[in-house]
Design a protein. Structure first.
Length: 626
């Protein structure tokens, strides 16, 4: 786990700029930093290393082999198996390093080498003979990779802030990205908050011809390919055994390290199965870590503690307080680089700090809901589909306009019913084959309704970025889970965990995002995952072989702060400081935002309270970066 950066530009190849770029991401790699200039290619590589595998100085980066040079962030867990294959082809190795294996694999197979990798990665390889740069991002999007291109300058890096020292980079806000942020609570790939700056999408390769100053982007993996395949005709018990084997392989791979490893443990199914399968065959106690809250409505610490005691882990927990939040919130804009409105970033940073005192690697159980259909909102898709079938042939546009008028007249703004009527009226105007996808997007807990958006924001409301044609899928839940896997998960969940763990130089690993898991799960009959409302069916049944059902069947509170009571209490100063004269009319309806703040303080926004944190996060980011 590290930070990487690079420049292609005749005028920006000074070591001073390179060192400034590397120092900007020192938290990602405090163990060693280096800059290497390749003058004949007008290229510079920078690297900040967090030593996890092969701790020797010889494994520092940039690393070179023949005409190739690499900077690499992440881990390739199966590097020893790939190395054996390469040795059989005549390659010789000097290190016990996955970085060295990537270089040799690229020399042997070119960019297709990535199809052999099991892991998380963002890396750049310079071919000095071909005068070409290749950027690669892992399949799920665990590791970040930004790039900037303008007027012959090409930059890349793990975080946006590494671009700031470069004279060619200007912090010019992209208005479209502001709109996307306010709609979704994050800036989705391939966009970034700044002009001329992009994120390489998960499962993609970017090749840059240095001589011609021309880039090409291609896709090497797509989760949709597996959702579109025919369902496997496999018995449920056989599928359960196969799934457990894949899970166990993925989990054990994430224990590969030359430093201590721990696990983030909550009261939920995902981290419970991760911890259970890892601990059951080990005599050494796993180190597990939990953050809780004093408010029992948000506190999963007792459930995690009970599970840890049953499994026999070495468990540590900490209760998050308002004082902790006061200390962390001002730092969020620095670590997250872009406006980012998932307030669970705060407890994620706290649990990372807790773990970093004892370990250098922590396993997180992200991806279970998207892979095994775990969100409550998925179940409602069947009802929507049934209603739409009953209305087939009805003039949808007319009903859409009528539904919108009824919603505006009969339901109060910011109410749950108002939002649902608005969403349904808009749904009727969508082409029939995209209605399931539209429902999934508008029903996501991150998406802000259009009417509320237009009250606060002066930027045009973004149209849906990514809608799947339901005719290519055999059930609506597959449409929704696939969309979440390629949108909400990498752009919200994985961003949150990467920046939070790296803020304390902790390597975060995501075992459930091993591509072999989703490739198998996507092809299972939907009833094996979501059966009459039984979410994560196969995942739960694997866990119940080791943990009593009654221990797990409890309401899940989620890894969120009790933010509303805090912002109306001791943290109210954050609203007073950021909901006044600092509001920029280029983005906000200023007077309306002030009114919404007052409604919030009076607890009159119903479930649209997320709008407050969204505005606050943007204001904090803007004040820090602009």
């Amino acid at each position: 786990m590290c930070g990487i950066c690079g420049v292609i530009d005749k005028g920006q190849l000074s070591y001073e700029i390179g060192n400034q770029m590397v120092q900007a991401m020192l938290h990602r790699g405090p163990d060693h930093q280096d800059v290497k200039v390749y003058p004949e290619q007008n290229c510079m590589f920078g690297h900040a290393r967090l030593s996890i595998i092969d701790l020797s100085a010889a494994a520092n980066q940039p690393l070179e082999y023949n005409q190739y040079a690499i900077v690499f962030n992440g881990e390739v867990y199966n590097f020893r198996e790939i190395r054996q294959e390469l040795v059989a082809k005549g390659h010789h190795f000097l290190l016990d390093s996955d970085t060295e294996v990537i270089l040799h694999a690229f020399a042997e197979w070119g960019k297709d080498c990535v199809k052999r990798f099991i892991g998380m990665f963002a890396f750049a390889i310079l071919d000095k003979e071909a005068n070409k740069l290749t950027l690669v991002r892992d399949r799920a999007g665990i590791k970040p990779l930004y790039y900037f291109e303008k007027d012959g300058t090409f930059l890349f890096g793990s975080e946006l802030k590494v671009f700031y020292p470069c004279p060619s980079f200007k912090k010019s806000i992209k208005k479209d990205a502001v709109g996307m942020y306010f709609k979704y609570g994050y800036v989705p790939a391939p966009y970034s908050i700044f002009e001329d700056t992009w994120k390489l999408k998960p499962g993609h390769v970017l090749e840059y011809d240095i001589t011609k100053r021309k880039k090409t982007i291609s896709k090497y993996w797509d989760v949709m390919d597996f959702y579109k395949r025919p369902r496997l005709t496999v018995d449920y018990e056989d599928a359960k055994r196969e799934m457990e084997g894949i899970l166990l392989s993925a989990f054990n791979y994430r224990m590969v390290a030359d430093v201590p490893v721990g696990v983030f443990l909550s009261g939920g199914y995902d981290s419970a199965l991760l911890t259970t399968l890892l601990q059951k065959d080990r005599t050494e106690k796993l180190k597990t870590f939990t953050i809780g809250f004093e408010d029992e409505n948000w506190n999963e610490a007792p459930a995690a503690r009970e599970l840890a005691e049953r499994l026999g882990t070495d468990h540590t927990e900490y209760l998050c307080t308002q004082e902790d939040c006061k200390a962390i919130i001002p730092d969020l804009p620095f670590y997250y680089d872009e406006p980012f409105a998932d307030n669970s970033a705060v407890p994620t940073i706290l649990v990372s700090r807790l773990a970093r005192k004892q370990v250098k690697v922590a396993l997180s159980a992200d991806g279970g809901d998207e892979t095994f259909a775990g969100y409550n909102r998925y179940g409602g898709l069947y009802g929507v589909k049934k209603i739409l079938r009953m209305m087939k042939g009805v003039r949808s546009r007319h009903l859409s306009d009528m539904g919108s008028r009824i919603g505006n007249l009969l339901t109060p703004n910011y109410s749950f019913l108002h939002e649902k009527l608005e969403a349904f009226s808009k749904l009727l105007a969508v082409e029939p084959q995209y209605r399931v996808a539209f429902t999934a997007e508008s029903g996501s807990f991150s998406t802000l309704s259009e009417s509320v958006y237009r009250e606060i924001c002066t930027v045009d409301y973004p149209q849906p970025m990514f809608l799947l044609d339901e005719r290519e899928y055999d059930d609506p839940i597959s449409v929704a889970t696939a969309m979440d896997y390629v949108n909400y998960m990498p752009d919200d969940i994985l961003v949150k965990v990467d920046r939070a763990t790296m803020s304390v130089s902790l390597e975060g690993r995501d075992p459930l995002l091993d591509h072999r898991i989703i490739e198998y799960a996507a092809q299972l009959p939907i009833s094996y995952k979501f059966d009459l409302g039984n979410k994560k069916r196969i995942y739960k049944d694997i866990l119940y072989q080791y943990v009593p059902r009654e221990m797990m069947e409890r309401p899940k509170s989620g890894f969120m702060m009790p933010v509303d009571s805090w912002l109306r209490g001791e943290l109210r100063y954050l609203l007073d400081d950021n909901f006044g004269d600092t509001l920029n009319p280029d983005y906000f309806n200023v007077e309306q935002v002030k009114r919404i703040k007052e409604l919030y303080l009076q607890d009159k926004l119903d479930h649209e309270n997320k709008i407050i944190w969204r505005i606050l996060a943007f204001q904090l980011w803007y004040g820090k970066n602009m």
